[in-house]
Design a protein around this ligand. Structure first.
Ligand code: GLN
Length: 192
């Protein structure tokens, strides 16, 4: 199995380190040809406007859309924004996943926080019982999910922070910034 990480901007290096820890072959994706031979792709956190602009500049928009129609793709934070269908404003989006996302949903005062999440699917898939400690940095929320998208996790006030549609995964938080590899393992289980 070979997993690519979109390496235009943001914390792609941390995702690659996490995948290596799980003994997965990795590739940094900066050009369309780097998608060849990959089984799945992670789009990291960073700044979704910058990632979008660079993806347009490097002619990656169409190749990424085509890739996501056939393979597993996981967007974390800015990556979750980038794979969504709708964010209520104009910036380049892949539009792969039936979710509506609100950027910077926690505002300026509470830009960043950490919390424990109960993620039943994750616990079941990894045979564990511990809650998942999630790191939110100027995070988006998933305002709503459409179609056959399922909610995987919400924070106590009910706002959605993780969702899955087939082999597409979106998380508002940053699993690559913790030492808990369960979300990466969960994503790998979606790769076929
Ligand atoms: N606020 C960023 C955006 O809107 C996302 C932040 C992150 O990826 N940590 O793209």
């Amino acid at each position: 199995m070979k997993i690519g990480v979109l390496a235009l901007q943001g914390d792609f290096a941390e995702h690659i380190a996490m995948l290596k820890q799980l003994n997965v072959e990795t590739a940094e994706v900066r050009l369309p040809k780097h998608l060849d031979g990959l089984d799945g792709l992670i789009i990291p956190g960073g700044e979704s406007t910058t990632i979008g602009k660079l993806a347009v500049a490097y002619d990656l928009m169409e190749p990424l859309k085509t890739f996501g129609q056939r393979h597993a793709v996981w967007g974390t934070c800015a990556g979750a924004i980038f794979i969504s269908k709708d964010i209520g404003r104009d910036q380049p989006l892949l539009g792969l996943m039936d979710i509506k996302v609100e950027r910077n949903a926690f505002g300026r005062q509470v830009d960043s926080f950490e919390t424990d999440l109960d993620v039943p699917e994750l616990k079941q898939a990894t045979g564990t019982t511990k809650d998942y400690h999630a790191v939110f940095i100027r995070a988006p929320i998933i305002e709503s999910v459409q179609g056959d998208t399922r909610i995987l996790a919400s924070i106590p006030d009910g706002r959605i922070v993780a969702a899955q549609q087939g082999n597409l995964l979106a998380t508002s938080f940053h699993p690559e910034l913790t030492s808990d590899t369960r979300f990466h393992e969960y994503f790998l289980s979606l790769v076929d």
